[in-house]
Write a protein that binds this ligand. Sequence first.
Ligand code: NAD
Ligand code: UFG
Length: 346
Amino acid sequence: MNRQKILVTGGAGYIGSHACVELLQENYDVVVIDNLSNSKSDSLARVEKIAGKSLTFVQADIRDKQALSNIFTAHDIYAVMHFAGLKAVGESCEQPIRYYQNNVCGTLTLTEVMEQFGVKKIIFSSSATVYGEPDTVKYTEDLPVFGATNPYGKSKAMVEDILKDLAQADVLSNASKPWEIVLLRYFNPIGAHISGLIGEDPNGIPNNLVPYVSQVAVGKLEQLSVFGGDYPTIDGTGVRDYIHVVDLVKGHLCALNSLGKGSGCKAYNLGAGKGYSVLEIIAAFERITEKTIQYKIVARRTGDVAENYADPGLALRELGWKTEKQLDEMVADTWRWQSQNPSGYE
Ligand code: NAD
Ligand code: UFG
């Protein structure tokens, strides 16, 4: 029986809450630190309901060294899953200091305290955005981490660099207990837990496609703007690699299982390896919800690429992970969450 204790930063958020369910169901003990800046603690109550088990929640900021020290003093933490971060691309362009402060300084404080307590295993939520705008649509991990187009993406690339340096310092010093770091580069997480109890609950008008479409389907928003109809893609609209959030968090469990055997810092793509266009997503929603999605094609959104999808081969070879859920299941689960909770956790 597994009783390792995992610290989940940002555990009340969209992906973190799904990770907590999976961890509890796999018999890990869970401690969550979250400042609730983009979430509500109700998500954690629902996590406990789904899993039939309880977790420990500490409402605090990861930049609060004392709060972190208290956690590491009180709990024998095996590893950290680090989800806490701000993630809105547009907002990051308006408030770069806040984004660097939160995402970069937050990770520095976290890793500093981890090192102090000798907890040197971390799984970090990175993003496909760290690849910038490469000359290919199929992204492999050996592409340079270069050219992210906004402060959010740059903050992810900076954190990757910092974590690589931590691992490298331990190689140079031949540390007896070296850092073990996994960088997971997410493509486009969508969907929700099959119970419909937890899901994505964006503040205000959603920036991302799937939350927007599901709010049109539920009648909260009138019409989707499709950003660009003249891309060199299958139907002129942007193509992305959508991945079910439960598949995504299962990738974290596989990464967790890979720890304890070595040292260093490894990056993996977490994606399905297949892209869908905006119009294909709309069609899937219409099929599943039996509702008409009103949309109009407008100008391209600045900073968008035409198409990208993951090469997920490395995660399969080294972590034994691949996605299992198909598009219709992603949409059906999104819809169950949205229709049962039209106002999110409120
Ligand atoms: P989310 O906003 O739902 O969850 C992030 C959580 O972190 C929130 O609960 C928030 O309150 C908390 N948080 C933020 N700053 C904090 C701080 N300083 N101290 C403590 N808690 C803090 O976002 P999500 O979609 O669940 O994303 C989780 C992680 O995955 C983020 O790091 C995000 O950048 C990354 N990511 C997300 C996507 C995506 O499309 N959702 C894609 C790639 C990477
Ligand atoms: N789109 C629309 N209308 C909308 C929203 C999006 O047409 O209202 C289109 C976009 O132009 C794009 C596709 O839908 O072609 C997906 O857009 P999202 O905003 O849902 O996702 P992105 O691929 O732009 O970005 C997401 C996350 C980023 C992350 C990136 C790569 O939002 O944080 O995936 O992981 F960095």
